[in-house]
Design a protein around this ligand. Structure first.
Ligand code: FE
Length: 197
C-alpha cells in the first residue's frame, strides 16, 4: 500500500525481500539459518498437541488444573513446554456451562503458538478479527458452534505479551479415560474457542 500519496510503484516483492535480507546480513544476522530454525520449530515443536496435553492433564489432575489456571507459564514449563521471551503471560480460560471463552487478535494474528500451534488462516482474516468481538454469537454460529442462549460468551483479545488458550469442557462419557486418550480429543479450534468437544 502506498501511503505517501505519490503514484510511484513499489519494486517487485523479490527485490524488496532481497534488500531486507542484505541489510540483515550486513548487520550480522543469518537469515537462512533463522528461517530453517523457525520452520523446524513451527513444524516439529509448536504443535496443538502441546495444549491438548496440558488440558488433558488438567482434566484428570485438580492440582495441576489450579496451577494451569493461576500460572499458565509455570504449568506449561513443568511439562517441558517453552515460550518465546515476549510471551510474558499465558492465560488459560476455563469454559463451563455458564461461560464460553473465545480468543482473537484484533490487531494481527497473535496466539500462544508454542502451545496451540500457529494460527489458522481464518484467524488472521480481518473479517474474523473485526466481527468476533462485535457479534461473537453469530460468528460462532457461522463457524458451526451454536451455543445455548443462556451461555455467556467472553471474547479475549490477544496482545504481544499476553497469550490465551481456551480450556474446553471435558466431553461427557469419558470417565476413566487415560490422559493420553483424553488429549487426542482436544483440537486447535477448541483451544481457540470456536468449537467444543
Ligand atoms: Fe497479533
Amino acid at each position: 500500500m502506498n501511503t505517501s500519496g505519490s503514484t510511484k510503484s513499489l519494486a517487485p516483492i523479490r527485490s524488496r525481500v532481497d534488500a531486507v535480507q542484505t541489510v540483515l546480513e550486513r548487520n550480522g544476522l543469518d537469515t537462512d539459518s533463522f528461517i530453517d530454525t523457525f520452520n523446524d520449530l513451527a513444524v516439529e515443536q509448536w504443535l496443538p498437541r502441546n495444549g491438548a496435553r496440558l488440558i488433558a492433564r488438567a482434566w484428570v489432575n485438580e492440582e495441576f488444573k489450579e496451577l494451569l489456571l493461576q500460572d499458565g507459564i509455570a504449568a506449561a514449563k513443568s511439562m517441558g513446554f517453552n515460550f518465546p521471551a515476549h510471551h510474558r503471560y499465558f492465560v488459560v480460560l476455563e469454559n463451563s456451562e455458564k461461560v464460553h471463552n473465545v480468543i482473537c487478535c484484533t490487531l494481527c494474528s497473535c496466539t500462544a503458538f508454542s502451545i496451540i500451534g500457529l494460527p489458522p488462516d481464518w484467524y488472521k482474516d480481518l473479517e474474523y478479527r473485526a466481527r468476533v468481538v462485535r457479534e461473537s454469537r453469530t460468528v460462532l454460529q457461522e463457524m458451526g458452534l451454536d451455543l445455548p442462549k443462556e451461555t455467556e460468551i467472553k471474547v479475549w483479545d490477544t496482545t504481544t505479551d499476553t497469550r490465551y488458550m481456551v480450556m474446553p469442557q471435558r466431553p461427557p462419557n469419558t470417565m476413566g479415560w487415560s490422559e493420553e486418550k483424553l488429549s487426542n480429543l482436544v483440537t486447535k479450534e477448541a483451544m481457540i474457542g470456536v468449537a467444543v468437544l
